[in-house]
Design a protein around this ligand. Structure first.
Ligand code: ZN
Ligand code: ZN
Length: 271
């Protein structure tokens, strides 16, 4: 890069950082508005109110952290890119939670608050993603991504078909609360332990790289949604980001997670 280009690039980075700052300022105003609204309503007990207020704050502070991490990534330290993405996705989940919570009040004002928070966050999201796309190294076309990675006789990984990030692990081992060795599944939405004696059948399917059969196997033994990271229509695996996973809440309680693959196939991936 010539000195001139460098200066131009530094100028652009500064501009972006300030632009996001402005959007975050807007988000902060909406946050304050919602907190004020919650404080002013008497219908709710204090414990629930505190919880809901901490969700609004969490949404805001996760966005601020995403901004700080992006700032560092833009300075050239790309290991902060993933961190920034994680914070931003946390913020999006909390936004869904907050919206489900304030809907509790059937008031006209709530509709305005929801529109404001949706719009304000959407602006942040798109300006962040614009930068993420510029910063994300082009690994997709350069590197061949395997369908199934055999780590050992008793451990298999399924990488995301877009970025190669390991999205599913199946192995013999101990889950968090296991007393006995099990067949441990870890996907993009949850982990779960299955009976160890199922492993040989599963590993046979994984060896064949037959993801659709692995999916059916998981539907039978794991849960109705099968492999959470798998799009049956594409016959491909996607990570949380590339499945564009979205958490849904009902009155502040976890309801389910939807995934929409890059080809627009939408399905419930966790319930
Ligand atoms: Zn991915
Ligand atoms: Zn698909």
């Amino acid at each position: 890069m010539s000195n001139n280009d460098k200066l131009k690039n530094e100028g652009r980075i500064k501009e972006i950082i300030w632009k996001i700052r402005d959007y975050i300022q807007e988000l902060e105003n909406v946050k304050e508005g919602i907190i004020h609204f919650l404080h002013s309503r008497k219908k709710l007990d204090d414990a629930t109110k505190d919880l809901w207020i901490s969700d609004v704050k969490g949404l805001y502070y996760n966005t601020v952290s995403a901004w700080e991490m992006l700032n560092r990534a833009l300075q050239g330290n790309l290991k902060f890119l993933d961190k920034s993405k994680n914070f931003l996705h946390n913020a999006r989940s909390l936004k869904a939670k907050v919206v489900s919570e304030i809907k509790f009040y059937k008031e006209e004002l709530v509709l305005n608050l929801i529109t404001e928070i949706e719009n304000s966050f959407e602006k942040c999201w798109s300006v962040f993603y614009n930068e993420f796309d510029i910063l994300t190294p082009e690994i997709k076309s350069a590197k061949h991504i395997e369908r199934v990675i055999r780590v050992s006789d008793s451990e298999y990984h399924l990488p995301c078909s877009v970025c190669g990030k390991i999205s599913v692990e199946c192995k013999i081992g101990y889950g968090r609360f296991d007393e006995h060795e099990s067949l441990v599944y870890s996907g993009i939405t949850h982990s779960c332990s299955l009976k160890k004696n199922l492993a040989s059948e599963l590993f046979k399917l994984l060896k064949k790289e037959d993801l659709s059969e692995v999916h059916s196997f998981m539907k039978d033994y794991l849960c109705h949604e099968g492999i959470d990271a798998y799009c049956p229509e594409c016959d491909k695996i996607y990570c949380w980001e590339h499945y564009n996973a979205r958490v849904e809440y009902d009155d502040g309680f976890y309801d389910c997670t939807y995934g929409e693959c890059p080809n627009g196939h939408l399905r419930m991936i966790d319930d």
